[in-house]
Design a protein around this ligand. Structure first.
Ligand SMILES: NC(=O)c1ccc[n+]([C@@H]2O[C@H](COP(=O)([O-])OP(=O)(O)OC[C@H]3O[C@@H](n4cnc5c(N)ncnc54)[C@H](O)[C@@H]3O)[C@@H](O)[C@H]2O)c1
Length: 342
């Protein structure tokens, strides 16, 4: 695999994947196809060798552009998406256009050119799980975590659009023999994440002298994984995964939002109670938890970032040391939240 296209490679997880490939696979050339929406930033690719990484600014739903790029590629790794649940509640239309029509456009190009496709998706397609204390096996019993057999049950326009895109990929594999795999990963943290998202929002609030904001009672559980562990898993699936299979990616990182926020405050030298409760997100999923046994047993993947506190401290350092990356956008992001009492 010498020439790969990474869609959404100027966004959070996509750019981390590009950095990962450049560092670990010196034979690979990457073409990033990214529309540079509010969530994309060419600075995320700064410092990478220009003879190995090329940025093409364009839309994944532009069939002519996509066909011409795919004709030159060995594989497409598809990260591009509208990715923020709260935005999908305000205006779902770009989610339908990019996540469904965009994915369809890529699938058609890969089908016509016989190119390998990997689809990056989310555990949110499965809906949510009860809290551990409400389950007979306390979250460890059969069916108490997501597996690739869990029925789809998305809650928001974002997760519904991702679920739809997953099903398109499955249909293209079955009907057209597309050489494709899918991964559904839990919540990522790490550098380059847009400040609208939970962890960077809290860190940058504190760095800006504002009080952090917690949705509702903060009992909602997310299964945190460092983005570098996600990148390693995607590379393994791309190169060694079985065509047509879905792999779940998660690092046993379940934590409720209140715990994460209080840890951020503590790591930043603040009083752990120094935050405000704000309006909850409508339809807010309660708990996500991934059973990654298949990925570990079939492909030998293991997460490397097993100490959440250390990974979080590194992430805090990154936002402290890269103020120019986020500062200009901070006021506008908070003003948008304030409109909804959040
Ligand atoms: N953030 C998470 O915790 C998480 C977890 C699991 C899976 N995912 C999935 O990983 C992928 C990346 O998520 P992220 O958090 O990095 O998102 P992000 O919003 O940070 O980045 C998305 C990128 O896609 C680009 N993009 C958007 N629409 C486009 C279009 N029409 N054409 C070309 N480029 C376009 C944006 O410019 C941006 O660079 C998404 O598919 C998301 O569903 C995210």
């Amino acid at each position: 695999m010498k020439n790969i296209i990474v869609t959404g490679g100027a966004g959070f997880i996509g750019s981390n994947f590009v950095h990962y490939v450049v560092k670990h696979h010196p034979e690979v050339h990457v073409t990033v196809l990214d529309k540079l929406t509010y969530a994309g930033n060419r600075e995320n690719l700064a410092g990478l060798p220009t003879d190995r990484v090329k940025l093409v600014v364009g839309d994944i739903a532009d069939a002519q552009l996509v066909n011409s790029l795919v004709a030159e590629a060995d594989a497409v790794v598809h990260y591009a998406a509208e990715s923020h649940n709260d935005n999908s509640l305000q205006d779902p239309s770009p989610f339908i256009q990019t996540n469904l029509v965009g994915t369809f456009t890529l699938l058609e190009a890969c089908r016509l050119k016989g190119v390998r496709f990997h689809h990056v998706s989310t555990d949110e397609v499965y809906g949510d799980l009860p809290l551990r204390e409400d389950l007979p096996g306390h979250g460890e019993g059969p069916g108490e975590k997501f597996t690739d057999h869990t029925p789809y049950n998305p809650s928001s326009p974002y997760s519904a659009s991702k679920a739809g895109s997953d099903l398109l990929v499955r249909a293209w594999v079955r009907s057209f023999g597309l050489q494709a795999t899918i991964s559904n990963c839990s919540n990522n943290y790490g550098p380059y994440q847009h400040i609208e998202k939970f962890i960077p929002r809290q860190i940058t609030n504190i760095l800006s002298g504002e009080r952090p904001k917690l949705y509702g009672d903060g009992k909602n559980v997310r299964d945190w994984i460092h983005t570098e562990d996600h990148s390693a898993a995607v590379w393994l699936i791309l190169t060694k995964g079985t065509i047509g299979e879905t792999y779940l990616i998660g690092a046993d990182g379940e934590k409720d939002n209140k715990t994460v926020l209080e840890l951020i405050l503590r790591l930043m030298g603040k009083d752990a109670q120094d935050y405000d409760h704000v309006n909850d997100r409508p339809g807010h999923d309660l708990r996500y938890a991934i059973d990654a046994t298949k990925l570990k047993e079939e492909l030998g993947w293991q997460p490397q970032f097993t100490n959440f506190e250390e990974g979080l401290a590194d992430t805090i350092d990154w936002y402290m040391n890269n103020r120019e990356w986020w500062q200009a956008e901070k006021a506008a992001v908070e003003a948008k939240y304030a409109e909804n009492g959040q």
